[in-house]
Write a protein that binds this ligand. Structure first.
Ligand code: ADP
Ligand code: MG
Length: 341
């Protein structure tokens, strides 16, 4: 199919993005938005890490529920969290955006787009990650579709993987779990779009905080043998770690740090949100039992929640130990938020 010339609205939008993100400082970005490619200088003795994530309307957000700033924030947060999980330092972000035709033409659409970029920019500035390029196109449907690519760097052969856990090691999580699921539930119940909060703290679903500094510190201080981020829920992501490392995990229920927003719901629902609720974007990692783990790393609390055991064939991947010592199998049951709607 012949590529049509870019409509004026798209050219103006790209010019606006270029202008708004021009101030982002980066020692690694030689050339940003405006040419056919961005040019990056890779740091010496390091490797480049790449991750990409879709943000699709009605799957990852709803236009009638989420403030546009939150959509922009979460779009970048997902990729940053993947970099954090590997202990990487962000280098640059690239954003491909498909917008419904009428959004560029009307005031409310333009205002949505500009708020989306302002949410994305606030988080980008916080972590010094430049938006170095992307693509803009008309969406084939009346749906907003975004794909973000994040590049990061880590010292050669040091990136934290899922596959490094060994029997005898301890299992840790950062922060608290279940908050994102609890906040999402409240948002969906409300029945109208949530307004943009003045303070972005303590909004684990709308404004999650990717643990970049903590991931970098885990790598630099050699504290973790395996690591990943909790994007689909503890039960699902811990199963990924167990599979990749060929080990079994035992989790102590009473040790799981549950977010106060989840705790409001009664203990059973709270536990379910903490075990299976997705999008907390905390880090889940392992370390030898001999390591004296600090109680917080880069300002984020770290909690020991269990230990790694040898894998035996036929046995489930994860055992949950209740406060009365009853042992049950923990099945991976992280959920996809809008898969039913
Ligand atoms: P080309 O047709 O050569 O791919 P484009 O007109 O698509 O160029 O893009 C022009 C410049 O604007 C490029 O540097 C590109 O990376 C950047 N760009 C386009 N869309 C976006 C976007 N949504 N976010 C960031 N940069 C963008
Ligand atoms: Mg292009």
């Amino acid at each position: 199919m012949k590529k049509s010339r870019k409509p004026m609205g798209e050219l103006a939008l790209i010019e606006q993005i270029r202008h708004d993100f021009a101030a982002s400082r980066s020692q690694t970005l030689t050339l940003g938005i405006g040419d056919d490619c961005a040019v990056l200088r890779s740091p010496t003795d390091s490797e480049v890490l790449v991750t990409t994530d879709f943000t699709l309307e009605n799957r990852h957000f709803r236009r009638d529920r989420h403030p546009p700033e939150s959509v922009g924030h979460r779009c970048l947060a997902r990729g940053l969290s993947d970099l954090a999980a590997m202990g990487a330092t962000p280098l640059a972000a690239f954003l491909s955006l498909a917008l419904p035709a009428d959004m560029l033409a009307n005031k409310s659409g333009q205002s949505w787009i500009s708020s989306f970029f302002s949410g994305l920019r606030s988080l980008a500035d916080l972590h010094n990650v430049p938006l170095a390029g992307g693509d803009t196109s008309q969406s084939p449907a009346n749906l907003i579709l975004a794909d973000i690519v994040l590049l990061g760097s880590a010292p050669k052969n040091k990136a934290l993987r899922r596959s490094g856990a060994h029997p005898g090691e301890a299992i840790y999580v950062t922060g608290q779990l279940g908050g994102a699921a609890a906040e999402l539930e409240a948002i969906l119940k409300r029945g109208r779009r949530t307004s943009t909060p003045v303070n972005l703290d303590n909004h684990p679903h709308l404004y999650p905080e990717p643990r970049i500094d903590t991931g970098e510190a885990l790598l630099r201080r050699n504290l973790a043998t395996a690591c990943l981020d909790i994007s689909d829920g503890l039960s699902t992501d811990l199963a990924h770690l167990c599979r990749a490392s060929a080990v079994h995990a035992e989790i102590e229920q009473s040790a799981i740090p549950i977010h106060p927003l989840a705790q409001k719901k009664g203990s059973m629902t709270a536990l379910k949100s903490a075990l299976h609720g997705g999008e907390d974007y905390e880090l889940l990692f392992t370390a030898p039992a001999s390591v004296r783990m600090p109680s917080s790393i880069a300002g984020v609390p770290v909690t020991r929640i269990g230990s790694i055991k040898p894998r035996r064939s036929g046995r489930p991947l994860i055992t949950l130990i209740a406060p009365d010592d009853t042992r049950t199998t923990l099945e991976p049951a992280g959920w996809e938020h809008f898969s039913h709607g």
